[in-house]
Design a protein around this ligand. Structure first.
Ligand code: PGA
Ligand code: ZN
Length: 828
């Protein structure tokens, strides 16, 4: 069909999303056009008539008759004549407007309220039906609206009118209405099948009833009726509809033996076409329901449940509208639903609701709404709520625009409605600016903060820095020089690319870096840009950062939520005095983050009290990661304090101990220097054995040996199989090095620090490899931190085993734990 059925298509299509929505609506309407569906489902091949797969040999029948009723009956009769031509002996149908045919008489009846015209037409139809004999074939066109149009007696007409008016106010479903209709009629509820008996009957069913119940269409004149007079009476009583004379429908199955009820079209035909059209336009399209009978509010909730950018949520059915007493508004169900949807629309979304016959109880087919509708209404000072309360949709759309016009259509299924959520356009995701500035980190050292902007959206990341840095970490360029590199090198290379292409932009950063250590631009520049772009991408998509990461990572899971690695006593390079061992952690052994956090804080408080017993207040200092630093070189002492604090704290969850030995920091000239003694790797392992024996809770140990000594790690791991041996300086979040550690069975855990490797993509790749080999990933902060909380999103988005972020009392560390708690709270 070249000509559009929506006659004001171009006037309404003022935006890309509107145009797409109208195209989808148009596809739905075209698919159910009566001529189209009949030509698609009926074929005459010589003397063989094929109807939707069923085969009828016309030589077997003496005469072929056509009768029909319903909104599309006249057009269907016309199309049948085109196909069957002089084979039709006689026919009579009643629809909404006459259509000039050769043999078949077409009548224009009234709908929804029956009238004498309907009665006159029905009389003729009945005559044709009665002339059919045993060897004849009767093709019956059954279409929506047939219940009102088919009126075998004037009494039925009167009862029909009364029933319809009473039902309008009741809030009952169309099925309930039809059940009563079947019992006030001689022809409905199988009555027609009885009067056609024993002729062969092909009933072509054009369903306007959501859900595809063939017996409900036009109150099922050719279908066996399961309902009884008692059922009909119960509905009448339930809604207080008044007094009706009821008759029983035919219950003898013999009448239905030669009847072929064949579905020709239903709202699924339209919904499938709309889904296909939406997909062609690049949307994800779901058919939410083909049977909705909900209130506008319930409909809105169903449609907005699964909304993602670039999606179409479609439904077929009828909105339940209860007309309040004294309400004098004008309009139809579809207009009213569209008007109600204004309360739920998000910016950019388009909602359309249309009556599939083009007649929404008014001369409009339905309406289209979006934010333009709201602006127009505001501009014109129209009170949307007032129009909603009065069910006054027609004047509203007449004023602000949005009525969809088609004229009377040759189709009639159910109402069709859908919500279109626009795709993210390329423009929304295109990088328009990249800036960087210098700021101090938690140690007062200069670092950089990078902002990537994509039109209205942006992401900012402040880069942390380490003290005990691994030799294989990417290079760090001093902050001021880094800012220049962002402006002069990175920005020109990435302007115009998409923030949604994380791997593409990370590849560009790697190329700009020139060497594996990203020497030319610095790992700090690369990571600043990479994470800022990742955050901007999440914003463009309107989703949380962790969710965006989960999508990039492929939704893999090591734990439902990360375990907290909370550093309570600092030493090594993170402290001026204290033990050579860098971190003494507690790890609440639970994925209940709130419980873990509460337990960790409680143990920290106990620990503080214990330390105050043995040291002067002013001698207890705070290390780089917020843990206590005690003036003692003893290796054992910090473990003993932590173990005692755990024991003396009443926590609801089990607590394990962890340590980051950061052994490279006390490895000098081939030996480890501990408590003033020089130790070989073997001797150090003996020290560890002693610690494990004394502190059985110590079950997670990081970098027990220097960063080159994979063999020592492996020996330790096999000697302490219950301990998670974690690589940090050893592996530096580097996939190749991790592979080596895996091959050598050196570790069962790995610290993940994005700034060791320089990009989000590389970080995720290393994690992928770790997950494949059951290596526990612990996403980690650095000792020099900023207020940025990205690592919490990274840990949750990848569902990693742990999150290591220092002591919860320091603001730059607390930011990470707080973010994780917030994610979990909103996630549940
Ligand atoms: P760093 O310390 O950030 O100084 O490297 C943390 C760690 O070693 O885990
Ligand atoms: Zn470490």
């Amino acid at each position: 069909m070249d000509k559009k059925l929506i006659t004001n298509f171009d006037t309404l299509a003022t935006s890309k999303s509107r145009r797409d929505a109208l195209t989808i609506a148009e596809a739905g309407l075209q698919a159910i056009d009566t001529q189209v569906v009949l030509q698609n489902s009926i074929e005459l091949d010589g003397t063989i008539l094929r109807v939707a797969g069923e085969r009828f040999d016309l030589t077997r029948y003496e005469h072929t008759y056509v009768i029909g009723f319903g909104k599309v009956a006249c057009t269907a009769a016309y199309t049948l004549e085109q196909i069957l031509q002089e084979r039709i002996k006689e026919g009579a149908v009643v629809g909404l407007s006459e259509r000039v045919c050769q043999t078949i008489d077409t009548y224009a009846g009234t709908h929804p309220i029956p009238s004498t015209q309907n009665y006159t037409a029905t009389k003729h139809i009945d005559e044709v039906a009665r002339s059919a004999k045993e060897n004849d074939l009767v093709i019956v066109i059954v279409s929506g609206g047939g219940s009102a149009l088919l009126c075998s007696t004037m009494a039925e007409c009167d009862q029909g009118q009364k029933l319809f008016n009473a039902f309008l106010q009741s809030g009952g479903t169309i099925e309930e209405l039809n059940t009563v209709r079947k019992h006030i009629s001689k022809l409905k509820g199988g009555g027609l099948a009885q009067s056609l008996y024993p002729a062969t009957v092909i009933s072509l069913i054009f369903s306007d009833v959501p859900g595809g119940d063939l017996a409900a269409v036009a109150s099922g004149p050719t279908c066996f009726d399961e309902s009884t007079v008692a059922d009909a009476q119960a509905i009448i009583d339930c809604y207080g509809l008044g007094d009706f004379i009821l008759n029983e429908t035919p219950k003898d199955l013999e009448y239905f033996k030669r009847v072929h009820n064949i579905p020709i079209v239903s709202n699924m035909t339209a919904l499938n076409a709309m889904q296909a059209s939406a997909r062609t336009l690049g949307y994800r399209a779901d058919i939410v329901s083909a049977t909705q009978y909900a209130t506008p509010k319930e409909t809105a909730a169903m449609l907005t449940k699964q909304v993602v950018p670039g999606s179409v949520q479609a439904m077929g059915g009828e909105t339940k509208v209860i007309v309040p007493e004294g309400c004098d508004g004008t309009g139809g169900r579809n207009g009213y639903l569209a008007l109600s949807m204004l309360d739920s629309l998000q910016s950019g979304q388009v909602f359309i609701s249309i009556a599939s016959d083009g007649h929404d109880n008014t001369n409009a087919a339905g309406a289209l709404v979006d934010s333009e509708t709201i602006s127009k209404a505001t501009e014109m000072s129209l009170n949307i709520q007032e129009y909603q309360t009065n069910l006054n949709s027609f004047p509203f759309f007449a004023a602000v625009g949005g009525h969809i016009r088609t004229g009377q259509l040759d189709s009639n299924v159910s109402d069709l409605l859908f919500l279109l959520t626009p795709k993210i356009s390329r423009d929304d995701a295109t990088i328009t600016d990249i800036t960087a500035k210098v700021l101090p980190d938690s140690r007062g050292k200069e670092t950089i903060s990078v902002t990537v902007t994509a039109g209205e959206h942006s992401g900012t990341f402040s880069v942390p820095s380490g003290a005990s840095t691994g030799i294989r970490e990417v290079q760090v360029i001093p902050a001021r020089a880094a800012v220049t590199i962002v402006a002069d090198t990175v920005k020109p290379a990435l302007l115009g690319t998409s923030v949604l292409d994380q791997s593409g932009l990370d590849a560009t950063l790697r190329n700009l870096g020139q060497t594996p250590s990203l020497a030319a631009i610095g790992g700090n520049v690369a990571l600043g840009v990479s994470v800022a772009a990742c955050k901007a991408a999440a914003q463009v998509q309107g989703i949380e950062i962790w969710k965006y990461i989960a999508d990039l990572f492929g939704h893999q899971t090591q734990a439902p939520a990360p375990r907290l690695f909370v550093n309570l006593i600092n030493g090594g390079e993170h402290a001026l005095v204290g033990s050579a061992i860098q971190e003494h952690q507690i790890i609440p052994d639970t994925d209940d983050v709130a419980a873990a956090h509460a337990a960790a804080t409680a143990v920290q408080a106990t620990l503080h009290q214990l330390l105050l017993k043995d040291f002067k207040k002013q001698d207890i200092t705070i290390g780089d990661e917020g843990g206590f630093v005690i003036p003692s070189k003893s290796i054992e002492a910090p473990f003993a304090y932590v173990a005692a604090a755990i024991e003396q704290t009443d926590t609801m969850v089990p607590i394990l101990m962890g340590a980051d030995m950061a052994a490279s920091s006390f490895y000098k000239a081939g030996e480890y220097e501990l408590e003033g003694k020089q130790l070989t790797a073997g001797q150090l392992q003996t020290v560890y054995r002693g610690l494990h024996k004394k502190f059985p809770l110590l079950q997670l140990v990081e970098d027990p040996f220097a960063e080159h000594d994979f063999a020592a790690f492996a020996k330790y791991q096999s000697a302490q199989p219950a301990v998670t041996c974690i690589g940090d300086d050893l592996t530096t979040t580097n996939k190749t090095t991790l592979q080596k550690a895996i091959t050598k069975a050196a570790i069962t855990g790995i610290i993940i620090k994005p700034n060791q490797i320089g990009t989000v993509s590389d970080t995720l790749e290393t994690m992928q490899l770790a997950y494949q080999h059951n290596i526990r990933c612990i996403v980690s902060h650095r000792s020099g931190e900023t207020m940025d909380d990205f690592i919490a999103d990274l840990a949750f988005g990848t569902k990693s085993y742990g999150l290591k972020a220092g002591a919860p009392t320091m603001p730059e560390r607390a930011a990470k734990y707080d973010r994780l708690l917030a994610i979990i709270q909103t996630h549940e």
